[in-house]
Design a protein around this ligand. Structure first.
Ligand code: XMP
Length: 326
């Protein structure tokens, strides 16, 4: 029967057997899944593993710094941070279609990992041991919703599953592929991953790129980043973090509405708040946040974020709506 300890042992053995004495990199986002996958593989193969954190320019405020601090401090893992914002944003230029965005982001991630893998080998002067394996924190729901489960339709291509290029040079190591999020959290705790990471709310690999409905531009990203930070600050201040599964903040970049701010008419964009409650992200309900918290978030966003003159609340469950808008 299922205990976190037995599960960790089984997963660690499996990884050791699969990878042998080869070198691996782990695609680390700083979220629960990839952090737990990284910690697990480190337990299995130690310093044959290097974690690679990609700053794709689609991160929330403060994210890169947090990963460096929290995860490296806790695990002592070998970490490489790659600044690839220009590469991703150039590739996304002119693209509004959600599936196309997801595929481009998935592809660029792999390009970054390929280059990082070559650099790691060169830096170590160890051409005998090229990087053969790519570790990803893919979970069971990612597989199912990307159309990988039996009979499942492709709902959306998770960047680490349906977004992978056909000519992938790595063999994938996905030790969490059969697990749900709550099980992953238990495995993480068993491995000594700190609570601050294990209890973190989910954030999708494609980041803010799939929370801008419309083309992704630097300017739009900075609007969304500011609005998202306010929502997160107020939810945390209200003590609601553990009550909600996550709260995507979405910019409707191609929609404008008329407002009145200060002395005059504005013609700005709406921000959508999408707080959800869920057990495993396969289904979800919208969270009934207290009105005063919603009011504070709305007031602050419309006052503090330029070009936003309206805040709306998404009151759709999943199904029919997915959690993310794209
Ligand atoms: P949806 O929008 O499919 O989201 O209801 C379900 C959960 O998955 C997250 N999500 C992703 N996570 N890569 C990820 O790592 C992705 O491409 C991706 N798309 C959605 C989403 O935030 C929610 O927790």
């Amino acid at each position: 029967d299922w205990t976190p300890k037995a599960m960790v042992e089984e997963l660690v053995d499996g990884v050791r057997e699969h990878v042998g004495d080869a070198r691996a990199i782990c695609a680390l986002s700083g979220g629960v899944d990839s952090s737990v996958a990284g910690a697990l593989v480190q337990r299995a193969i130690g310093d044959q593993l290097t974690c690679v954190f990609v700053d794709h320019g689609l991160l929330r405020s403060g994210e890169a710094e947090q990963v460096k601090q929290d995860f490296v401090d806790a695990t002592g893992v070998d970490l490489v941070v790659v600044d690839a914002a220009d590469q991703f944003l150039n590739a996304l230029e002119g693209v509004s279609d959600p599936e196309q965005k997801r595929k481009i982001i998935g592809r660029e991630f792999i390009r970054v990992f390929e280059k990082a893998a070559r650099d790691i080998v060169t830096d170590r002067g160890d051409e005998e041991h090229p990087v053969k394996f790519l570790v990803q924190g893919t979970l069971y729901p990612d597989v199912v919703e990307s159309g990988g489960g039996t009979g499942a339709a492709n709902i959306k291509s998770h960047h680490n599953v349906g977004g992978l290029p056909d000519d992938l040079q790595f063999t994938l190591v996905e030790p969490l592929r059969l697990l749900f999020k709550d099980e992953v959290r238990q495995v993480g705790t068993e491995l000594g991953v700190p609570d601050g990471i294990v209890q973190r709310q989910p954030f999708p690999g494609p980041g803010l790129g799939i929370r801008i409905v419309g083309e992704v531009t630097r300017e739009r990203l900075s609007i969304l980043r500011a609005a998202d930070l306010i929502a997160r600050e107020e939810l945390t201040a209200a003590g609601l973090d553990s009550e909600i599964w996550q709260c995507p903040v979405v910019l409707l970049a191609d929609v404008r509405s008329v407002g009145v701010q200060g002395d005059g008419r504005t013609y700005g964009h709406p921000i959508v708040l999408r707080p959800v409650s869920s057990e495993d992200a396969m289904t979800a309900d919208w969270t009934r946040l207290p009105y005063d918290v919603l009011a504070r978030i709305s007031n602050r966003i419309t006052n503090e974020v330029e070009d936003v003159n309206r805040v709306v609340l998404d009151v759709t469950s999943k199904p029919p709506g997915t959690i993310e808008w794209e």
